[in-house]
Write a protein that binds this ligand. Structure first.
Ligand code: 26Q
Length: 833
């Protein structure tokens, strides 16, 4: 598979150094013409709009590739330290608009295109989202890559090139249906295949031990079933700085000698079919974001990513340093995006020992210095565990290494707490009660130089609960890195009108220095500025209303509050609490209690994991309630509810610009951070939220007056366990009683009686872990404060400006600068001009 270079060729690299492509709009459109007509062989733009997108993207890709090569050359030449961000998910969304923004599109380009009958907006709209992620964790990885390139840090992303990304959500009769997302079917102009980087990945087989020539014990992984990993590189441009970093995604294919046995036996078709088995590995993204399901294919994906990426890094190291690994840990850092790539720990040990002849101690010194782990959840059901039976069958050599890591670790525990067997059992990487399981989070903690949570509260709770014992042992490992989002995609590109107003007011440096937004604060007192701010929001609301009309068939009035909750559907995120409030408003309208109701349009969107029945039922509930409310004459001008189908990155770009009220209403202590909350804040939405995740920091930055707080805090939630009595809460609250009664009496599901009984049960269950009823009253009161505040538009706009002005902390540039300062210690590398 590794193609040989042309050894006899005298062609110099200079031969391939072309003059830089012009950034002039005319030149770009000229190149577009070339690709459309010559490369794609088209002549009619009306036949296939997709080809117009492809050709235009190719013109932009040329401009990225030049900078890409220069960045690579500068990074190689400096021989500096690098970080590899290992993640099973990169939720990139679209690339064209981002490339144009970051390379600084010539403002003429749209005009020139128009003169030949092409709309730039329509071209951009042809692109399919790269949906290689579930939600927060995957999108965070994408924002991080953007910030690393913008900060000119030598960071490479490693992930999987799923053939099918996150499923497409269709709503039929109010229910979610999943359709496959074959995003590559029409080709992907942003990737470059790198066959020459292919590596071999082993599965199955067993270990043979022997003694090496110098008398050392050596292990060999034999009789394995191998697959190949093929690299596909995607360019990651920094913001107008000449840097283009790399996201390297791996696709699985069969080895060349695949099943010669079957082939020789005359079973050609079976041999070809077994190619399918190899390609299965990277076929589809697992669409559950909060429950571990123990599937063998998922473990294959995780090991496949870890092994391919590490082999790639080690090959590159050996190319430039030979077999001298003495500097390896000083020059390489691996950041694990949750436990998903944790196979990298035993795999790095294996490669260093079995393939590069290092001793255990040398290999461990390197591994434990270069690996760092980010945790994204406290929910016990989301913690990864692999059954020892499956793990050792699939990855026998890795299992032996994990056992050795654990044995040595337990010696450390025994030294620190002699005789404390209970603690040893608690802390063991291998859980043994009944079945045997590998606890991947513990493996990650034991092997990592740094362990971080993603918001202040979350990091603190990690040290008090999940990792308490480990924190006692190694307090210095634990730290916080509050999440952030990239202001390039989430303001500059998605909200051009607001960007222009901000830049006209305080200059344009905020795009790469978000704390500059503080300078907007004084303008919150300026009537004229407030009018402009409001006009921008109203225009963005009109754009959102149009999308809601198109995709939900519901009319939103831009003078109403746009009240939005978009995120994965999960009980802990409490979309249900939101619906209970909507039903309560409806009940008020029906009872004639309309005074003080501010017109409100509620939008809820998000995907449910296909196997998560309760989440799917909540989607059905939103749709059923929406149908009844929207069809009732009495709600006209007061209340609308819509479920937004197929919520994804590209939808959020329109949604966050047009939102007034951001719903961040998870049960306190359950949402690690949240990042949608930050996108809304940047775009001037006010938050209604609990003291959970990054909401706490958002409120601190914005000021308590500019945030609608409600609900129990994390300590109160914990203290209430065992005493929670939802029946009493409901009985004591006439509003909540009526809401529950409406649900119970099939008010929203006359023709499907009983379908919401499980929901009523969940709310009234004293063991409801999400304590929805407990926060109902406080939530409704906070919503009443929202409604009253919105009536005073001057003050609302003031608060909106102050939210944007206070959002500087939530740029992923700040987050990445923190990672680099505390964990990676990378230099900035500027490509040669
Ligand atoms: C694990 C095993 C098998 C199959 C799937 C998974 C899996 C996949 C994705 C488990 C979890 C996820 C994603 C988790 C996630 O998105 N967490 C969110 O991370 C954000 C970024 O840090 C936080 O802001 C959110 O609070 C957190 O919920």
């Amino acid at each position: 598979m590794n193609s040989k270079p042309f050894v006899t060729s005298k062609t110099s690299a200079d031969f391939f150094t072309l003059p830089s492509s012009s950034m002039d709009g005319k030149a770009i459109v000229e190149d577009f013409r070339h690709y459309f007509s010559r490369t794609l062989g088209r002549s009619n733009v009306n036949q296939a709009a997709y080809h117009v997108f492809t050709a235009f993207s190719m013109a932009w890709r040329d401009r990225l590739v030049e900078r890409w090569k220069k960045t690579r050359a500068a990074q190689t030449e400096s021989d500096c330290k690098r970080t590899y961000y290992l993640s099973l998910e990169f939720l990139m969304g679209r690339a064209l608009g981002n490339a144009m923004l970051n390379l600084d599109v010539d403002s003429d380009t749209a005009q020139i295109l128009k003169s030949v009958g092409l709309e730039l907006e329509e071209i951009i709209d042809q692109e399919h989202d790269a949906g290689l992620g579930n939600g927060g964790l995957g999108r965070l990885a994408a924002c991080f890559l953007d910030s690393c390139a913008t900060l000119q840090l030598p960071v490479r992303g490693y992930g999987i090139r799923y053939e099918y990304g996150m499923f497409r959500q269709k709503i039929e009769n109010g229910h979610q249906h999943e359709e496959p997302d074959h995003w590559l079917r029409i080709g992907n102009p942003w990737e470059i295949e790198r066959q020459e980087l292919a590596v071999r990945i082993k599965f199955g087989g067993h270990t043979e031990f022997h003694t090496s020539a110098d008398g050392l014990p050596k292990a060999k992984w034999v009789h394995s079933h191998d697959v190949m990993a093929i690299a596909y590189d995607m360019p990651i441009p920094g913001y107008r700085n000449g840097t283009v970093n790399t996201l390297r995604l791996w696709k699985s294919t069969a080895t060349n000698e695949f099943d010669l046995g079957e082939f020789n036996a005359g079973s050609y078709a079976d041999a070809v079919a077994s190619q399918n088995a190899a390609e299965q590995i990277t076929m589809v993204l697992y669409p559950n974001d909060s429950s571990e399901n123990g599937k063998e294919l998922r473990l294959r994906q995780q090991y496949f990513l870890a092994s391919a990426s590490l082999q790639d890094v080690l090959r590159c190291w050996v190319d430039s340093h030979g077999n001298d690994f003495s500097q390896f840990a000083e020059k390489n850092a691996f950041q694990l995006n949750d436990t998903h790539p944790t196979c990298a720990v035993p795999e790095l040990m294996r490669l260093l020992m079995d393939e590069h002849d290092l001793s255990w101690d040398q290999a461990w010194a390197i591994t434990s210095k270069s690996v760092a782990y980010t945790n994204h959840t406290l929910l016990p059901e989301a913690l990864e565990k692999w059954s020892v039976g499956m793990f050792s069958r699939l990855l026998p050599r890795l299992y032996e290494i994990v056992c050795e890591i654990n044995a040595r670790f337990l010696e450390v525990v025994e030294k620190r707490w002699p005789g404390d067997l209970e603690r040893m059992q608690r802390m063991s990487i291998i859980e043994e009660n009944g079945g045997k399981y590998l606890r991947m989070a513990y493996l990650a903690v034991v092997a990592s130089t740094s362990v971080n949570g993603v918001a202040a509260l979350h990091s603190q709770l990690l040290t008090q609960h999940l990792f308490r014992d480990f924190f006692e042992l190694w307090p210095e490992k634990f730290n916080n890195k509050t999440n952030g989002v990239t202001p390039r995609r989430w303001i500059a590109s998605s909200n051009p009108a607001l960007s222009k107003l901000i830049s006209d007011t305080i200059g344009a440096t905020w795009v790469t220095d978000l704390p500059q937004l503080r300078k907007l604060a004084p303008y919150s007192e300026d009537t004229n500025f407030r009018a402009q701010w409001r006009a921008v929001k109203q225009a963005n609301k009109a754009r959102l209303a149009e999308m809601v009309k198109r995709d939900c068939g519901v009319e939103f009035d831009i003078n109403a509050i746009f009240d939005v909750q978009v995120k994965r559907i999960h009980e802990y995120k409490r979309q249900l609490l939101n619906v209970l409030h909507v039903i309560h408003l409806y009940d008020r309208i029906k009872r004639g209690d309309k005074a003080g109701i501010t017109p409100r349009c509620v939008l809820i969107g998000g995907k449910a994991a296909p196997g998560y029945a309760m989440a799917k039922r909540i989607i059905k509930l939103v749709n059923s309630v929406a149908t009844v409310i929207n069809e009732d004459q009495e709600t006209e001008g007061l209340l609308r509810l819509a479920f937004f189908p197929d919520y994804r990155v590209t939808a959020m770009e329109v949604i966050c610009a047009g939102t007034d009220l951001s719903e961040q209403i998870s049960t306190a202590g359950k949402e690690a951070s949240g990042t949608g909350n930050m996108k809304f804040m940047m775009n001037g939405a006010l938050t209604i939220g609990t003291l959970d995740g990054a909401n706490i920091e958002i409120r601190e930055e914005a000021g308590a007056d500019n945030f609608f707080l409600f609900g129990l805090d994390a300590e109160e939630v914990e203290a209430l366990h065992g005493h929670y009595d939802p029946a009493a809460i409901i009985a004591a609250d006439a509003d909540l009683s009526r809401v529950i009664h409406m649900l119970h009496s099939n008010h929203f599901n006359m023709f499907e009686p009983g379908i919401f009984e499980p929901i009523v049960h969940a709310i009234t269950n004293p063991y409801d872990p999400w304590m929805t009823a407990a926060d109902f009253r406080s939530y409704v009161d906070a919503q009443d404060r929202v409604a009253a505040a919105y009536l005073d538009q001057e003050n609302w706009v003031r608060m909106s400006i102050l939210n944007t002005a206070s959002s500087g902390e939530f740029s992923s540039d700040r987050t990445i600068a923190d990672y680099n300062r505390d964990i990676w210690h990378l230099p900035t590398i500027k490509p040669k001009v």
